[in-house]
Design a protein around this ligand. Structure first.
Ligand SMILES: Nc1nc2c(c(=O)[nH]1)N[C@H]1C(S)=C(S)[C@@H](COP(=O)(O)OP(=O)(O)OC[C@H]3O[C@@H](n4cnc5c(=O)[nH]c(N)nc54)[C@H](O)[C@@H]3O)O[C@H]1N2
Ligand SMILES: Nc1nc2c(c(=O)[nH]1)N[C@H]1C(S)=C(S)[C@@H](COP(=O)(O)OP(=O)(O)OC[C@H]3O[C@@H](n4cnc5c(=O)[nH]c(N)nc54)[C@H](O)[C@@H]3O)O[C@H]1N2
Ligand code: SF4
Ligand SMILES: [Mo]
Length: 693
């Protein structure tokens, strides 16, 4: 029996792995009581063990030879990689080598990957898929609070809320056991869901449990400006809190002064009366929360939209007030920890800035190198991928924990970019669509085969535990990085024991924003509730942030005036495409498309279309439909539904090849966070048999 957590999302539901029965998966998954999931798991969690023993699991390194991948020994694979990296570095400099990490990696792997890039490769060119996920919310929180932790309070605090304003999050499908934390608000009629689709989460607000507000895609900033306008105009703001704990109210007041409810209605489609009602419901509640998800963050103005949500929460005095708050729902299993330990192009461990001389000196000290040897900031994910094979760009790319061919925006361009590389190395446990294109593929461990830690959506550090041995030749990424570092003649120590890597990580994080220095595997094994910061010498963590002060030097939060820009919007017969998730698939689908029960439930791409929109275009329910945009075309099956706005179409992004929604999305990014515009693309629809658009 082994107590661990689910391999998938940031809720990190607790589970126990018991020995499997003959003929079934090697281990049996049981839900385990924990404050986040209280024993519950979703369908993905229940079926997660099926991936452990699959026949198509990678169990040997692969090297491309005459166009095809063939099995190789570890020595040959590692020598090949090290040799090519040395050549490329010699010819084109260290920045010709790029590293692409993932928010699913354990803290130990994320930390060692960042160190490997900076110390063993000497490159600044590292970034990760969290750029596609949490970057807008993180940038907004850093700007407003001086610190970014998805939820600055434990999830269970939500249980007693009177009102929860949930913007662009579909927890009903993306974190099903989380829904139990919304029951209190539902019972009091206070669940307010903002989504252009009547998602499963929006339906939770039916029958008097709350409200579903259905704005046009990409207009949330205007909606939030309108709500904030009403709060300030109707005297609903917490003036004492604003005066004592924030700066910038005058500029904020000016920025929302013209967003009266009728103007907000004209832009968003949300009735003026509803805008007023949301403001009054939030202000009138004893216990109120504002929460955001990817629906509002994955836009070219995602940072400003998340900022507008924070501004609203601040003027209402919610942030840091017991029983109230603002937060964002982290996505990937280690979406939180993955952004703290140095995978991000501008960060060093402990959530430190790579441009800060004191941070560089501290981390270089832990690594036993000179601060001058540390590279500076690199470039964010979209730019990094696009730089592949271009002059001044990267010639080699090492991918750990992301299937960019399916999940990065403008997938056609990504496929071309990877094709321009001299060397693509992918570490994975399945031959993902990205691994299929690699020159060298390295087989790594799955969650139930490794020890480590993850940091969940509440900033709580938890233990992942091994229940099974590694299959075949699959190896730990800690070992792989250490082997490559040695072959590259890197300075510093390269521990491979996860507990030892954690201890080094803890030292590197000491004094940083995300301080783990009081933690160790041994302490975590006692079951302590380890919400960071958890500095050395402290006996408990920090479940609640911002109770007394924010992280800026003056202790105050910043109200930042943000203004809606005109989003790219459809004209004539065009529609807005929004992309997102289905309950049964995870991300690029590399894992869940291999679980028969999940694949059978959603085997191929389905477009959600309003019946009026479909009728207009001669599209029938269940028939193939072409979704076309400026960058590409995909074919899907139509599912007619009144749950979506007539001007909008929805596609999940879980499928590869011609069913990849990202063939349509744009690589345009937010100027502050570098988040791509995943949630708003102009498209046209036609029956698949019809003429091209
Ligand atoms: N089943 C499943 N669960 C997952 C994942 C998965 O792939 N599958 N991935 C995990 C990860 S990494 C993440 S980041 C989270 C994401 O979790 P969520 O943020 O809940 O997921 P999404 O489906 O991307 O988007 C949420 C909602 O935003 C809406 N939306 C789209 N555009 C807009 C807009 O302009 N405004 C507003 N207000 N809403 C909009 C969509 O209709 C959708 O219902 O889920 C995690 N959990
Ligand atoms: N259109 C559109 N695109 C999106 C989004 C959207 O809403 N719409 N959402 C974006 C978001 S929020 C996210 S988080 C990204 C996610 O998209 P991806 O980054 O592609 O995430 P996954 O599909 O989880 O890919 C993880 C890969 O790494 C492997 N893997 C898992 N664990 C490990 C490990 O420990 N080590 C190694 N080496 N490999 C591992 C898996 O088998 C899989 O192949 O997609 C983004 N793309
Ligand atoms: S909600 Fe997330 S963590 Fe929980 S079982 Fe489902 S995928 Fe796993
Ligand atoms: Mo994500």
């Amino acid at each position: 029996m082994s107590d661990t957590h689910c391999p998938y999302c940031a809720l990190q539901c607790a589970m126990t792995l018991a020995p499997g029965v003959p003929g079934g998966p090697a281990v049996e998954v049981r839900g385990r009581d924990f404050p986040t999931n209280r024993g519950g798991l979703c369908r993905k969690g229940w079926t997660s063990a099926e991936l452990l023993g699959r026949g198509d699991r990678l169990t040997s390194p692969l090297i491309r030879e005459q166009g095809a991948l063939r099995e190789a020994t570890w020595d040959e694979a590692l020598e090949t990689i090290a040799g090519r990296l040395r050549e490329i570095r010699h010819a084109s400099g260290a920045d010709a080598i790029g590293v692409f990490g993932g928010g699913g990696l354990t803290n130990e792997k994320a930390y060692l990957l960042g160190k490997f890039a900076r110390v063993a490769l000497g490159t600044s060119r590292i970034d990760y898929n969290g750029r596609f996920c949490m970057s807008s919310a993180a940038a907004a929180a850093n700007r407003a609070f001086g610190l970014d932790r998805g939820l600055p309070f434990p999830v269970s605090d939500l249980d007693t809320a009177d009102v929860v304003l949930l913007l662009g999050s579909n927890v009903g499908d993306t974190m099903p056991p989380f829904v139990q934390h919304l029951q209190g608000a539902r019972a009091r009629g206070g669940l307010l869901v903002v989504d252009p689709r009547r998602s499963s989460t929006a339906r939770l607000a039916d029958d008097g449990a709350g409200l579903h507000v259905q704005p046009a895609p990409a207009t949330d900033l205007a909606l939030l400006a309108g709500i904030t306008h009403v709060v300030l105009r109707d005297g609903l703001a917490d003036e004492a809190y604003v005066a004592r704990r924030t700066t910038g109210i005058d500029a904020l007041r000016r920025s929302v002064s013209t967003w009266w409810p009728e103007r907000t209605e004209a832009v968003t489609g949300v009735p003026a009366q509803t805008v007023r009602e949301i403001a009054h419901r939030l202000a009138g509640a004893e216990s109120a929360y504002v929460l955001t998800g990817r629906g509002v963050e994955q836009h070219a103005d995602g940072t400003d939209t998340a900022t507008a949500a924070i501004n609203l929460a601040l003027v209402l005095g919610l942030v840091g007030r017991p029983g109230s708050g603002y937060g964002t729902l982290t996505g990937q299993g280690n979406g939180q920890g993955g952004r703290e330990h140095g995978q991000k192009s501008d960060q060093l461990p402990g959530y430190r800035k790579i441009t800060d001389p004191a941070a560089r000196a501290h981390v270089a000290g832990v690594w036993g190198i000179s601060p001058d040897a540390l590279p500076g900031p690199g470039i964010p994910a979209v730019e990094l991928l696009d730089s592949c094979g271009r002059p001044g760009g990267v010639r080699a790319l090492l991918v750990h924990g992301s299937n960019v061919v399916v999940s990065a925006p403008d997938a056609g361009r990504v496929r071309e970019a990877l094709g321009r590389l001299d060397l693509l190395v992918v570490s994975d446990f399945f031959l993902s669509e990205t691994a299929e294109r690699a020159d060298v593929v390295l087989p790594v461990l799955q969650w139930a085969e490794e020890e480590g830690t993850m940091t969940n959506l509440e900033g709580r550090v938890i233990r992942r535990r091994r229940a099974l041995p590694a299959p075949g030749q699959a190896r730990s990424e800690l070992w792989i990085l250490a082997q490559l570092a040695e072959r590259l003649g890197a300075p510093s120590a390269w521990p491979t024991d996860p507990a030892a890597v954690f201890d080094e990580l803890a030292r590197a994080s000491a004094g940083g924003a995300a301080d783990y220095s009081g933690l160790s595997h041994a302490l975590l094994d006692t079951g302590v509730a380890a919400h960071w910061p958890f500095p050395a010498g402290s006996r408990s963590g920090t479940p609640h942030l911002f109770r007394d002060r924010f992280w800026h030097d003056d202790g105050r939060a910043r109200l930042v005036p943000v203004r809606p820009r005109a989003p790219e919007s459809p004209a004539g017969r065009e529609l807005s495409l929004i992309t997102g998730r289905l309950m049964g698939h995870y991300q690029s689908g590399a894992q869940t498309r291999r679980v028969p029960e999940l694949a059978d439930a959603a085997p191929s791409l389905v477009a959600e279309i309003h019946p009026v929109t479909a009728r207009d275009r001669g599209i029938a329910d269940g028939e193939p439909v072409r979704v076309a945009g400026a960058r590409g075309v995909v074919t899907a099956r139509a599912r007619l539904s009144r749950d979506i706005r007539p001007d909008t179409v929805f596609l999940p992004f879980h499928y590869p090849g011609q069913e990849s929604a990202n063939l349509l999305t744009s690589a345009r990014t937010d100027p502050i966070s570098a988040m791509p515009e995943f949630k708003n693309t102009v498209v046209t629809l036609a029956p698949a048999s019809g003429v091209s658009p």
